[in-house]
Design a protein around this ligand. Structure first.
Ligand SMILES: Nc1ncnc2c1ncn2[C@@H]1O[C@H](COP(=O)(O)OP(=O)(O)OP(=O)(O)O)[C@@H](O)[C@H]1O
Length: 239
């Protein structure tokens, strides 16, 4: 498994008491698998992503990323693991305004230590994969919202990570562009054998995912029988 969360509990201090954001959560994601986590606001989605990204150490439980037991690592070696093996996509693309699409990818590939002569060709291939052939030299202001999200996806993949963690990728997009971005995430997950986790409260585009789990009050319920059940459960959780 590229992502293995075992029996994760995370509590935050809250005045004189604590809030349990994740309550004995277990999740396994294999290479080439797109796993969506749906849940209402406050259910623990961001906390789960932050734990999987090794940005927060859980109160208890075990996190393995790409075969590495994160508990055995120093802060510096976790930072290296994050940089080299984990692609993180935040809701807002956070692209650098002054850089062209290809340069956004080259910066990441450089930080990940990819050899200079491989970087440019790989960046071009990735931009073509996400449908931006011919737009490599455009800056963010000359791209649409959907295109910026595509650069965001390609940038997360620059340098060949094993794991992709995605926070609300469709939140700022209309239905059609949201569907396209989700389809693209499924495509790159399968093509690059990534272990991908997408957290979302948007249940419209789950058909493109391989697994759906529902997060409710910090507890994760897996639905092997498919996304339809998960959507019904999520609707129940909201109502
Ligand atoms: N830094 C923090 N300190 C205290 N409580 C926190 C902190 N971060 C999150 N929480 C609490 O933990 C619970 C889970 O929050 P989290 O942000 O992970 O949920 P979420 O599903 O991502 O919500 P949203 O969709 O609104 O971002 C909530 O009760 C929240 O108030």
């Amino acid at each position: 498994m590229s992502i293995s969360l075992r029996d994760i509990t995370l509590t935050y201090p809250d005045g004189d008491t604590t809030v349990t954001a994740l309550d004995h959560v277990s999740l396994e994601v294999a290479p080439g698998e797109l796993h969506a986590i749906v849940g209402p606001s406050g259910s623990g989605k961001s906390s789960l992503l932050a734990v999987a990204a090794t940005l927060i150490t859980p109160t208890s439980g075990r996190v393995r990323i790409d075969g590495t037991d994160t508990a055995a690592h120093s802060a510096a070696s976790l930072a290296r693991l994050r940089l080299n093996r984990i692609g993180i996509m935040f809701q807002q693309p956070n692209l650098l305004a002054s850089l062209t699409a290809i340069d956004q990818l080259l910066v990441t590939a450089h930080m990940r230590g990819q050899r200079p002569r491989d970087r440019r060709a790989a960046a071009r291939r990735l931009l073509a994969t996400v449908g931006l052939d011919g737009k490599e030299h455009r800056r963010p202001a000359a791209l649409s919202g959907g295109e910026r999200q595509r650069v965001n996806i390609a940038r997360a993949l620059a340098g060949d990570p094993a794991v992709l963690l995605v926070d609300e990728p469709t939140a700022a997009l209309d239905q059609e562009r949201g569907a396209q971005v989700m389809a693209l995430l499924a495509e790159v997950t399968h093509a690059h054998r990534l272990a991908t986790v997408v957290v979302t409260h948007d249940t419209e585009h789950l058909a493109r995912t391989d697994h759906v789990s529902v997060l409710r009050d910090g507890r994760l319920e897996c639905h092997p029988q498919g996304y339809g059940t998960a959507v019904a459960q999520h609707a129940g959780a909201r109502g």
